[in-house]
Ligand binder design. Structure first.
Ligand SMILES: [Zn+2]
Length: 481
């Protein structure tokens, strides 16, 4: 999660006049019977988003703690980056699929086309080619902005792209990479509830219990609400489909995934009326991490549901017995470790690390309340002052030292002990992933003993409540333009 540089404002400056009354102020507590008044949210034109177009141009207030927003009163659209290519062309749609192509930032009207379409970016804009009744057809859109492609038949039908079926409207966005070269980003824009089943599909095993799916649905929705609020006006997508945000199938999902999303529709995790960025990972190893240590130092992460309390170090999380990631062991040679440390030192212009010499000593400097290392001290031969690196940084250095083989050969988490020897380092670790918030294997082991999704959420986000931000989508859908 790369939200470190956000500046979140004072939550007190919100406009009290923006109350939406037609929303059911239903709230239920995950762990305690306490009911808190449901915070109202911005009136920033989100209602328009149900029309299937992203909220790019609307004049919206930008102040407010957008990393931990108030729950939106309308189901938001999310923008998921699914691909990036350095090629100038993209092929979309399946044979005979009716597509509608527009250039949202221009005056030009849209154009109907038949799949598959071949879209080529050139210096003046876009050219689109397809075949109709055996003949070639084409159209052009002039301008610098993105091109949007929607299925004319059914928004939920999906559009094929390189063997995947992607739901929502697909935008092809011209960008410049860090070297100044032209590239194209593919971004799907779709309703939150339409997006989430494809997340569950990739994040959980198909055989896992419905309660695990439901807890994961609430966590994934809360996380997505926070990411969207933060990125809405900062870049052209809210999340990527992958490890940097949440995995996403593109829309294809099983009955279990769809049911879990439907039965928790609109529900988000709240802490003091604002949405919790509900981070989650595969297995905490029985030693959960604080978000402030493992995700980012942004103060928004210093809230009770994301901090491991000294008294509640995770009592025998189910992942310590029911997960293939309970304990793992790897080793890294001394030379490989030295080279990885030096390379990292050069990358961040840290002279001590760039010139570090062996033998190297790596020791845990601080641990959190669960006993998980927060950071390490690294001392090379003859260095008077050790270098301090966060546990997650040491994890990525160790991964580099291992030469990036399969994930099984690398450090699965930043929760490990390092022991040096003549041959190198023995690394004994626990868990898989960053270890903050919901532990997926732990959630499943709770579900197997009959726990509900609320009980699971209460355990992994202590003190958070669950509130209904928007109603299940029984409303009439507005027409996509
Ligand atoms: Zn766990």
């Amino acid at each position: 999660m790369s939200s470190e540089d956000s500046n979140h404002g004072d939550p007190g400056d919100r406009d009290a006049a923006s109350v939406k009354i037609h929303r059911r102020a239903l709230l239920f507590a995950a762990s305690t019977p306490m009911l808190i008044p449901f915070a109202c949210s911005r009136t920033d034109g989100n209602a328009d988003q149900a029309a299937g177009e992203p909220p790019v141009a609307s004049p919206v207030r930008t102040e407010g703690p957008d990393l931990r927003p108030f729950p939106p009163s309308f189901e938001p659209l999310v923008r998921i980056k699914v691909a990036n290519t350095s090629r100038r062309s993209v092929e979309l749609g399946r044979v005979e699929q009716r597509l509608w192509i527009t250039m949202p930032d221009s005056e030009s009207t849209g154009r109907a086309a038949r799949g598959p379409v071949r879209i080529v970016r050139d210096d003046l804009g876009w050219s689109v080619r397809w075949s109709q009744r055996g003949r070639g057809a084409s159209t052009r859109f002039t301008g610098a902005g993105p091109l949007a492609i929607a299925s004319e038949d059914d928004q939920t039908e999906g559009i094929d792209f390189e063997g995947r079926r992607l739901q929502g409207t697909i935008r092809i966005v011209p960008i410049r990479n860090t070297d100044g070269e032209s590239e194209l980003d593919l971004v799907c824009t779709l309703r939150m509830e339409q997006y989430l089943p494809g997340v569950l599909e990739k994040e959980l095993f198909a055989s896992w219990r419905p309660a695990t799916f439901e807890a994961q649905a609430v966590a994934a929705r809360s996380f997505a609400v926070c990411e969207r609020a933060f990125w809405l006006r900062r870049r052209h997508y809210d999340m990527v489909a992958g490890q940097a945000s949440q995995a996403w199938s593109g829309g294809v999902a099983s009955r279990r995934s769809r049911d879990a999303v439907a039965s928790t529709a609109g529900r988000v995790l709240l802490w003091r009326g604002q949405v919790v960025p509900a981070y989650y990972s595969a297995a905490c190893g029985g030693r959960p991490a604080n978000a402030i240590d493992a995700i980012s130092t942004n103060q928004v992460n210093r809230i009770a549901p994301l901090v491991v309390d000294a008294g509640t170090a995770r009592r025998r999380c189910g992942c310590t017995t029911a997960s293939p990631h309970a304990d793992w062991r790897i080793s890294v040679g001394e030379d490989a470790m030295l080279q990885a440390l030096q390379a990292y030192g050069r990358r961040v212009s840290n002279r001590s690390l760039a010139s570090i010499r062996g033998p190297v000593e790596v020791t845990v400097r601080r641990r959190n309340a669960a006993g998980r290392p927060i950071d390490f001290e690294i001392r090379g031969s003859g260095d008077p002052i050790p270098v301090v690196l966060s546990a997650s940084r040491v994890r990525s250095v160790v991964a580099d030292a291992g030469g990036r083989r399969s994930w099984k050969d690398g450090p699965r988490s930043a929760c490990f002990e390092l022991t040096g020897s003549e041959q190198g380092f023995r690394i004994e670790g626990r868990g898989f992933g960053h270890g903050v918030g919901l532990c997926q294997y732990g959630a499943e082991s709770m579900a197997r003993t009959g726990a509900s999704n609320l009980e699971i959420l209460a355990r992994y986000y202590p003190g958070a409540t669950v509130g209904v931000a928007w109603e299940p989508p029984a409303r009439t859908r507005t027409t996509a333009s």
